[in-house]
Design a protein around this ligand. Structure first.
Ligand code: NDP
Length: 328
């Protein structure tokens, strides 16, 4: 029997339990690569998993953790050999497949990408799914033909993980970034990441008018609901908003007015099932375009046993920037 340490979510008649305990390697799920995990990270989805607030966990027991950086221990996959440094984001890890809040994972090799050159495992997890999704959003805006000369770009949920990286990436790409937040006390933090303006999120909170004054040409929305509806109503003619999150709710109480009268586009962004080529492109761009000083400024580190508590905080909107979970 080969045991390793893991956070385990289980469920019985009494409800859901979360504990740190030994896990038997023999109970890992099928896969052709075993990875020794050195770092994971905290994503909103991990918070939903440990709190049970939304049914993201699809089998029990489950080890949460949607992201990992680590070193290949054994592999029967021709693309990977022992000692390779790798990264994994999504693909159902921590939802349908035993995840990364553990010293070991066994996964399908096709889910892995090599650790991007220029990033340490800790830095890769400081980026994590949140940061890689922010880059997917920027790439979606660019594919739509948008550039900084068209006007400002808004980021909602700016102090959060996706939001913090989005602010830094958009500013680096030359955008005038409007950072929307409910934490005005973090204005200096956001300006340090590159925000040009801070917008109190209450301005985007009420019921949205079909069309409002045009304020931005592009946006990355992590909040959804009335926030996204307001953002769309204030988007300039021909602009686009990349929507990736639901921190404020899953509904979208809008009208077709921005789409049919202002030619506004709503670009959906999913990171979990994104094809490998897109992932590799996003990670390579992150390695080159995300300022390492800014990444460090938005990152804090916790040990594995604090991950469940941090998960509870993220669903309450109380986490700032990115949190790395140190494991190995
Ligand atoms: P965080 O909790 O770190 O950030 C979310 C931020 O949203 C908060 O910091 C807060 O920002 C704001 N917020 C929270 N609650 C509300 C509310 N009720 N109304 C308005 N704003 C609110 O989470 P992440 O950045 O990691 O994730 C953000 C969202 O993106 C989540 O919904 C997550 O599931 C989603 N996501 C989607 C992915 C995909 O593949 N599509 C991948 C990764 C994340 P502030 O304090 O600045 O106001």
């Amino acid at each position: 029997m080969s045991m390793f340490k893991a956070i385990v979510i289980d469920k019985n008649e009494a409800g859901q339990s979360v504990e740190i305990r030994s896990f038997d390697e023999a109970d890992l799920m099928d896969g052709d690569v075993t990875v020794r995990v050195s770092h994971s990270t905290l994503n909103y989805k991990d918070g939903l998993a440990v709190t049970g607030k939304a049914p993201v966990v699809r089998r029990f027991p489950m080890i949460p953790g949607v992201d990992l950086a680590g070193t290949v221990e054994t592999s029967s996959n021709p693309d990977f050999k022992p000692g390779d440094a790798v990264v994994l984001n999504g693909w159902g890890l921590g939802e349908t497949h035993l995840g990364a809040y553990a010293e070991k994972v066994r996964v399908r090799g096709e889910w892995l990408i090599p650790l991007p050159q220029g990033l340490s495992p800790l830095q890769a997890m400081a980026v994590g799914t949140a940061g890689y999704t922010a880059m997917l959003c920027l790439m979606a805006l660019e594919r739509h033909g948008l550039s900084p000369d068209r006007g400002p770009a808004i980021v909602t949920g700016a102090v959060g993980g996706v939001g913090s990286v989005a602010v830094a990436l958009l500013a680096k790409a030359g955008w005038h970034v409007v950072a929307s937040t409910g934490r005005p006390e973090e204005a200096d933090y956001l300006k340090g990441l590159g925000a040009a303006e801070i917008l109190d999120r209450s301005e985007l909170a009420g019921p949205a008018r079909p069309l409002a004054k045009e304020r931005w040409a592009a946006g990355i929305d992590t909040v959804g609901s009335t926030t996204l509806a307001n953002v769309l109503s204030m988007t300039k003619y021909g602009g686009a908003i990349a929507a990736c999150g639901l921190a404020g709710g899953m509904d979208l109480p809008t009208t077709v007015a921005p789409f049919i009268l202002r030619n506004v586009a709503l670009l959906g962004v999913d990171s979990v099932m994104a094809p490998k080529a897109l992932r590799v492109e996003a990670w390579n761009r992150i390695a080159h375009e995300l300022d390492h000083g800014k990444l460090a400024a938005m990152t804090s580190t916790i040990p594995l046993d604090q991950a469940p508590e941090a998960g509870r905080k993220i669903v309450e909107g109380k986490i700032k920037g990115r949190v790395v979970v140190e494991i190995g």
